[in-house]
Design a protein around this ligand. Structure first.
Ligand SMILES: *[C@@H]1O[C@H](CO)[C@@H](O)[C@H](O)[C@H]1NC(C)=O
Ligand SMILES: *[C@@H]1O[C@H](CO)[C@@H](O)[C@H](O)[C@H]1NC(C)=O
Length: 333
């Protein structure tokens, strides 16, 4: 499989849209970044230096915070999500080991894992054993790069990932699949899931898609979503004011279209309303961008002075003081 697939599977994350709006009287004070490495496909955390969205240090002495014992026993594309009450947290990841004996991208996209690796916590520091949640149908070749949004009206999560689908008669998946597309399901507990369905599929335009990430703009139904076009290996953005199933308007061109990027991870700035950050993985590491004109899709490179090298596809979640303190107490800073 081509390089883009290699990179994308490594990608990570997105921002839980539910984490965008601070609870009243409980403002956000920092940022928690979840990621992995190619060499060590486990969950690594980086905590912001105070409220600096561009300065992060590894926690747990740089050792992983979580490692998988299910499925391929390797995880990539790490996504941390939570609900509005912050009463539970889930780490969700792609179940994929590119270092396994005999590994091939062709095999990984025909008969790859149809499950996502999931951990649950009620306090962000004590975690369950991992489970492998089979969210895809038997027609799917794989399940890559999950992201999630909590809907507080419905009290359930919308869970997204990328897959390609084989003909139902092609039980060995030896034939030609559909293009990669964004799939979704809903769940209240990450144990039972609604049947999967297409969310964004651009077969008619001949555009394979992976690595979707949502950014909530803080107003009901107002979102930006980022998608990677696997033909050109660039990320583009779309905007809606009608909720995630509303009408989306694509911004022209690609974000930083001169360079190959994937694994978008977007999050709002705690201190400056209307400012947003976007991490894009250039197949080696995350590069930070920022904007004060998010609907205009005007992104500029951020100051990288305090930004760690080597971060791969993950996500960034805003944390409250009690969450920040719990992480420092358990894992060091
Ligand atoms: C939650 O779902 C309802 C429809 O049931 C929708 O109107 C609302 O916009 C959704 N909220 C979010 C935050 O997605
Ligand atoms: C499908 O591919 C697998 C793996 O390459 C092979 O073992 C199997 O024989 C093939 N089946 C058919 C029906 O071609």
């Amino acid at each position: 499989m081509h390089l883009s697939a290699f990179i994308s599977a490594t990608g990570l994350l997105s921002m839980a849209a539910a984490a965008v709006l601070p609870r009243q009287n409980d403002p956000y004070v920092g940022y928690l970044l979840s990621t992995f490495t190619d060499a060590d496909p486990r969950v690594f955390w980086y905590l912001s230096t105070a409220d600096n969205p561009l300065a992060f240090t590894p926690v747990n002495g740089g050792d992983p915070v979580l490692g998988s014992t299910v499925g391929t026993e390797a995880v990539r594309d790490i996504f941390l999500t939570t609900n509005e009450q912050r009463s539970e947290y889930f780490v969700i990841a792609t179940d994929l080991d590119i270092n396994a004996d005999g590994f091939s991208w062709d095999e990984a996209t025909r008969r790859g894992s149809r499950g996502l690796t999931i951990w649950r916590s009620e306090n962000l520091v004590d975690w369950s054993e991992p489970t492998l949640a089979i969210i895809e149908d038997e027609t799917a070749g794989m399940a890559w790069a999950p992201s999630a949004i909590y809907n507080s009206t419905e009290n359930q999560y919308y869970l997204f990932w990328a897959s390609r689908l084989y003909d139902i008669a092609d039980t060995n998946h030896n034939g030609t699949a559909t293009l990669d597309r964004i799939r979704y399901t809903t769940t209240t507990d990450f144990v039972t899931f609604a049947p999967p369905a297409d969310y964004v599929a651009l077969d008619s335009e001949n555009i394979p898609l992976i690595d979707q990430d949502f950014l909530s703009l803080g107003e009901e139904g107002h979102y930006v979503r980022f998608l990677k076009d696997e033909n050109v290996l660039h990320v583009y953005q779309e905007t809606t004011t009608g909720g995630i199933f509303g009408e989306w308007t694509r911004s022209s061109g690609y974000i930083e279209g001169g360079v190959v990027y994937e694994g978008p991870a977007a999050f709002p700035d705690i201190n400056e309303a209307g400012k947003y950050h976007l991490l894009l993985d250039n197949y080696v590491e995350y590069v930070p961008f920022e904007t004060t004109d998010v609907t205009g899709a005007v992104w500029t490179a951020s100051d990288r002075t305090g930004f760690p090298a080597g971060l791969k596809h993950g996500n960034v979640v805003l944390v409250t003081q009690s969450e920040y303190d719990a992480i420092v107490e358990r894992y060091g800073s």
